[in-house]
Design a protein around this ligand. Structure first.
Ligand code: AVJ
Length: 323
């Protein structure tokens, strides 16, 4: 077994040994999972992607004015999408674009696609796990280094708990704050909003069953990569809204009492017992602004769509913040 699978194995063993069984959501996004996630974004119940784009398209001219000219755009995620293209087109003379993504293939494919659209822009794909620190020199684009705009659309921040989200925002602050000749930069981030529970549950249990397949794919993956014997059809996808934490939780619920063997380890499931596989935290505009403030960022402006489904925020370093 290679090191990558060893890590996967030990995370799975640890997660299934918890009282509430749980698996890290990053393992949902293998090649099949990433393809299924793209398909989720096309379903009629998953409003998130459309609402995100609607907010951007309606307000990009104003956003671009606040962001200013000649920025170095840094995106967390491969940036294959239409949102990146719309942003880059709206900005005034962006100097460089750095998509940061752990999957080399996703990164290269999207960088190549973008080069076709922006032949004169310096596109500098960076293969890196963006939840880990990135040395500042790796991101520098020249002398003097250019002002940075971090772009984090899609409400990917929803996967983080509040503590993780606050740490993540602090790291973004360090990345954009002034250094040498480089002035303070900004952050443009999409955040899904708290709303009626039935809309939320439907978005994570779509009527086409794509989210179900996405969630169950994790068991197929464990069977394939870790020599396990999950009876996948004996598990059911469930999306629950947790009101205490303002989050959707995805679970895989055992449909009977059963045993699963994973590379010599055995795990017991009671009838109805679940594996918690993903969180999607929801925010109010005020709640997100408060979280950002704790991390030394201040919201310059927030925008929401007409139906108040989704929010996009432009933030800058809070000059009054002391770490
Ligand atoms: C990738 C975290 C933005 O929480 O809406 C969607 C993940 N999982 N449907 C979300 C997801 C199932 C998605 N994010």
């Amino acid at each position: 077994m290679n090191t990558k699978n060893e890590q996967f194995m030990s995370d799975v063993i640890a997660g299934l040994s918890l009282g509430q069984k749980a698996l890290p959501c990053k393992y949902l996004y293998d090649e099949d999972g990433s393809r299924l996630f793209e398909a989720i974004c096309e379903t009629s119940d998953y409003y998130v992607t459309r609402a995100d784009l609607a907010v951007l398209d309606q307000h990009l001219p104003e956003m671009a004015k606040l962001i200013g000219e000649q920025v170095h755009v840094i995106e967390f995620g491969s940036g294959a999408g239409v949102k990146t293209r719309h942003l880059l087109r709206a900005l005034n003379a962006p100097v460089a674009y750095t998509p940061i993504e752990i999957s080399a293939s996703a990164l290269e494919a999207s960088a190549e696609a973008l080069r076709g659209h922006f032949p004169k822009l310096a596109i500098r794909p960076l293969q890196w796990d963006y939840t880990q620190d990135i040395p500042s020199s790796v991101l520098s684009v020249g002398e003097p280094d250019q002002r940075r705009l971090v772009f984090f659309p899609g409400s990917t921040i929803s996967n983080f708990t509040h503590t993780e989200a606050a740490e993540f925002l602090s790291r973004i602050r360090n990345m954009i704050k002034a250094q040498g000749d480089r002035p303070d930069g900004g952050l443009l981030i999409g955040v899904d909003l708290i709303k009626a529970h039935d809309i939320l549950v439907a978005a994570y249990d779509d009527s086409e069953g794509v989210t179900r397949d996405f969630n169950l794919n994790l068991l197929h993956r464990i069977n394939r990569e870790l020599d396990a014997n999950f009876a996948v059809d004996q598990f059911r996808h469930e999306a629950r809204y947790n009101t205490d934490h303002n989050r959707i939780e995805m679970h895989l619920v055992s449909q009977q009492e059963q045993q699963v063997r994973i590379n010599g380890h055995r795990f017991e499931f009671k009838d109805g017992e679940s594996i918690h596989t993903e969180n999607s935290h929801k925010y109010s505009v005020e709640g997100f602004s408060k979280l950002a403030k704790e991390s030394g960022l201040k919201v310059v402006k927030s925008w929401v769509d007409d139906q108040q489904l989704f929010s996009t925020h432009y933030l800058e370093c809070d000059p009054g913040f002391v770490d």
